[in-house]
Design a protein around this ligand. Structure first.
Ligand code: ADP
Ligand code: ZN
Length: 828
């Protein structure tokens, strides 16, 4: 029987393809290794999913041999490979695209080896793949020098002939063929017939600078209890695989050309695993619910230590690593070089170096944002997800996975412990606790003995007028509180979740809103960088809308959804009046207004417009060093920063986030408020929070003001139950878009009709909502529609999606694009 390999190739198809393993590669081709294979007359870089000796299910003469093996050691360890296959099945995503999320760059050395085999002719994919250098490698090549005839004999002559015939070769490869290669090469190099070249390994920034080791603090009672329960779960894990990846031993025959898991048979995150009744297993997944500043990080550090002590690796996921340098520094201080830090600022070479040090087991702890989910952590024993409620864990393009849900799945499959941590847990995680799928660990108090939760007051914007700045959004109470903070030489944070100078530009004559040509959204006016930030109208009180002639030069209109940026027109596009008004307050304008009202204060801004690669870290560092008095910013100021001297937090406009047409709007608004409030009073000085709103009765605001997280969660869960949204139900969103409105509408209608008539739809096990236009009806020049599928249970939902995949693949207008979004987060 032939030896066959199932190979996933980078095409948008869900199945694998069967190739024959040539005799020369038998025993070397293993699951998880990359191979070159011919696919429709092109050569593609694929990944071996399985290898087995079996008779082919299709005509053997049609099975092609693998062209070449790229990885001697499989790039994807068995554990990771199996997880990726489950992830692909869960999200109805093409396996080739999913594997790409986890594959490292190709090493130049590998490319050279393939070239030497003559295997790179016609390879499409490799050209696009990133190439990086691996270890330091010696290469030999023939020079232009010609030897005296008859002066070379034996191996020296043969080596030179080989180099002349095949071009540059790694010395190691020559040594494999010629026992005396080293002395032959030396002789050849002495006569300048051969040039030897050694290439440096990439520099690796995280191993350069040694962070000073810290002394772990003594845990308080709640922390100790949490750490002990995680430790007990780690102790109960099955013994580790023992260093070597078990990839080579995995021989899992699978029918050729079939999905790794038949559709409809569902893989589930750990939390949703059905368990035999009456058999309560020891919990291995936890929700660490600790108020802001309660010392969750210290619990993470202990958990990792205990994991490492048991010989296993750990993975830490954080929302945005660029915003959490302090957190990373604390991990570095505890684990030193045992930590790989994965982030988007890494060069390809450095990223690969990180990947490689995990892959070979040199480093066993990885920390990073969403994409760290795919790090090849050896002998995975623990996954931590910090700020698990954070929206950034959902990838909103390409493979739309949720890194928190998938962390539970990966941990479960790997036999590892998973800990989700937050001060404002997601409703989904709280629901898992209620169903007994996650064990809850609570840290009810702030870790610093003197620190208490800040006092929160609501400022009803309907009752209070503008303070001295004249801007109605800087109320008198907020103004006074800022004055007090400055007088006490303390620091303040002002949070406003709108970037730019003015969120909208409206015609004062006809009322027309200036919108993006490509998207159905308002354009935001950005004033851009200026040397001295002054208020828009010096001295006097600026009106909420500044007339045209008072606007500074150099501003641009920007679309926050596409890349559009253009000049501010001097007249209204609709009626031609020269009467355009800048309306509303963005962070840029807030910064300028505050700087004008408090001329002595050092004011800075943190939002996506100022936060280049290292800028956000620099601004936060200045804040920590006390070189900033008032920090103005968007969501970026809310994320987990531990800034001891901040005693005032002002939420400038709490209503801005609550009105969105999204069933999670209240939850998200609540989380933002609690998180930003949590920045105040983290040490001995008591903190104060002012929340400005026109809607003080809104539950998200009222519960946040009362620090009542459990109360809000309780109410929100009931609310979701009543309206039938997750976690009470399961959703899948079909996102349809097209340049031509009618094409998009037609495809959406066809999908909805099909969903209604498929068995699950017809039996009403799946409810079909739509088709309808998306809340943002047009984006980047494409009209957007959607069909929402809703079900009590995941099984029927998967059944309906499976029934739709055929239609999506080849039953719709080619100009319509359809994306399946399982467990959607962004509803706009
Ligand atoms: P969280 O992540 O829950 O917001 P942190 O881990 O940032 O909280 O802890 C808040 C502060 O308390 C930090 O400055 C941390 O060093 C300190 N801290 C944590 N645990 C202890 C402890 N057991 N004893 C003293 N200080 C602690
Ligand atoms: Zn746009």
């Amino acid at each position: 029987m032939p030896l066959l390999a199932d190979v996933a190739v980078p095409v948008p198809l869900s199945q694998a393809f069967t190739y024959e393993v040539p005799a020369a590669l038998a025993g070397e081709v293993r699951p998880g290794a990359r191979v070159l294979c011919e696919f429709h007359r092109r050569k593609l870089l694929g990944v071996v999913l399985a290898v087995s000796e079996r008779s082919a299910a299709i005509d053997p003469s049609k099975i092609k041999p693998l062209a070449a093996l790229v990885d001697a050691r499989p790039a994807l360890p068995a554990e990771l490979l199996a997880f990726l296959q489950e992830l692909a099945a869960y999200y109805f995503a093409p396996i080739g695209e999913v594997l790409r999320l986890a594959l490292p760059a190709i090493e130049r050395e590998q490319v050279r080896a393939l070239k030497a085999q003559g295997e790179l002719g016609g390879v499409l994919d490799l050209g696009r793949a990133k190439q990086v250098g691996g270890r330091k490698v010696a290469y030999a090549s023939a020079t232009d020098v010609v030897e005296e005839p008859g002066t070379l004999r034996g191996q020296a002559a043969a080596v030179l002939a080989l180099l002349r015939a095949n071009g540059e070769q790694p010395v190691a490869r020559i040594e494999e063929r010629f026992g005396n290669a080293r002395s032959a090469l030396k002789k050849l190099a002495e006569r300048n017939l051969v040039a030897l070249d050694e290439r440096e390994p990439p520099r690796d920034p995280f191993f350069r600078r040694a962070e000073e080791r810290d002394v772990p603090p003594e845990l308080n009672a709640a922390q100790a209890e949490a750490a002990a329960r995680i430790d007990a779960a780690l102790a109960a894990l099955a013994p580790s695989g023992g260093g070597e990846h078990p990839a080579s031993t995995q021989k899992e025959p699978r029918p050729a050309g079939q999905e790794p898991r038949p559709a409809g048979q569902e893989p589930r995150p750990a939390g949703q695993e059905p368990r035999p009744a009456g058999q309560e297993p020891r919990p291995s997944a936890f929700l660490l619910f600790g108020v802001t500043g309660s010392g969750k990080t210290e619990v993470y550090l202990r958990a990792i230590k205990s994991c490492l002590d048991r010989g296993r690796g750990a993975l830490v996921m954080v929302p945005e690593i660029a915003l959490t340098p302090q957190l990373v520094a604390r991990f570095r201080a505890r684990f030193g070089d045992e930590l790989a830090v994965l982030h988007s600022g890494l060069s390809d070479a450095d990223r690969h170096a990180m990947w490689a040090s995990l892959h070979v087991g040199k480093v066993r702890v990885a920390i990073g944002a969403r994409s760290a989910l795919f790090a090849p952590v050896p002998d995975l024993g623990l996954i931590l997800v910090d700020e698990e409620h954070d929206g950034s864990f959902k990838q909103e393009e390409g493979v739309r996975y949720h890194a928190r849900d998938m962390a539970l799945l990966r941990a479960h499959r790997a036999g590892a412990v998973c800990v989700l941590g937050s001060a404002t847990p997601s409703i989904e995680s709280v629901a898992l606790v209620r169903r007994g799928k996650l064990a809850e660990l609570r840290l009810p108090d702030r870790a610093h003995r003197e620190a208490s939760l800040p006092e929160v007051s609501l400022v009803d914007l309907r009752r209070f007028r503008a303070g001295p700045s004249g801007d109605p959004l800087i109320s008198l109470p907020l103004h006074r509180a800022l004055e007090k903070t400055l007088a006490a030489k303390e620091q303040a944070i002002l949070f406003l979740n709108r970037r730019g100078f003015a969120p909208s530009v409206v015609c004062g004559s006809c009322g027309t809103l200036t919108t993006c040509d490509a998207c159905s959204v308002a354009l935001t006016y950005h004033r851009g960088r200026r040397r001295d930030p002054r208020p828009p109208s010096p001295g006097g009180a600026p009106a909420p809308a500044a007339p045209l002639d008072e606007r500074p030069e150099g501003g641009r209109l920007r679309c926050h959804y596409c890349d559009y940026a253009g000049p501010l027109p001097d007249r209204c596009g609709a009626c031609g009046a020269r009467n355009l008004l800048l309306e509303g307050l963005g962070t840029e304008r807030l910064e300028a207004t505050i700087a004008g009202s408090f001329p002595e204060a050092r004011v800075a801004r943190l939002d996506r417009d100022v936060a280049g690669k290292d800028r956000s870290q620099a601004i936060l560092a200045r804040m920590r060093e006390g070189k900033i008095d008032i920090l103005v910013g968007t969501q970026m100021v809310t994320k987990g920063h531990d800034l001891p001297n901040v005693t005032l937090v002002g939420v400038v406009n709490a209503d801005a986030a609550l009105g969105l047409p999204d069933f999670r709007a209240a939850e998200r608004g609540f989380q933002l408020l609690v998180q930003v409030a949590g920045r105040a009073g983290r040490r001995d000085r008591p903190g104060r929070v002012l929340i400005q709103t026109r809607n003080p009765e809104h539950p998200a605001i009222a519960f946040a003001a009362a620090h009542d997280v459990p109360g809000f969660l309780e109410r929100e869960i009931r609310e979701r139950e009543e309206v039938g949204y997750p976690p009470a139900t399961r959703l899948a969103l079909l996102r349809i878009d097209a340049v031509d409105e009618s094409v998009g509408r037609g495809a959406a209608a066809k999908l909805a009709a099909h969903a209604r008539t498929c068995p699950e739809g017809a039996a009403r096990r799946v409810e079909v909502l739509g088709p309808s236009a998306a809340p943002i009806a047009r984006l980047r020049g494409r009209y957007r529609f959607r069909v929402l599928l809703r079900a009590r249970d995941r099984g029927p939902l998967r059944g309906a999606l499976a029934a739709l995949t055929g239609l999506i693949r080849d039953g719709l207008d080619r100009n319509a694009r359809v994306i399946i979004d399982v467990d959607p987060v962004a509803m706009l």
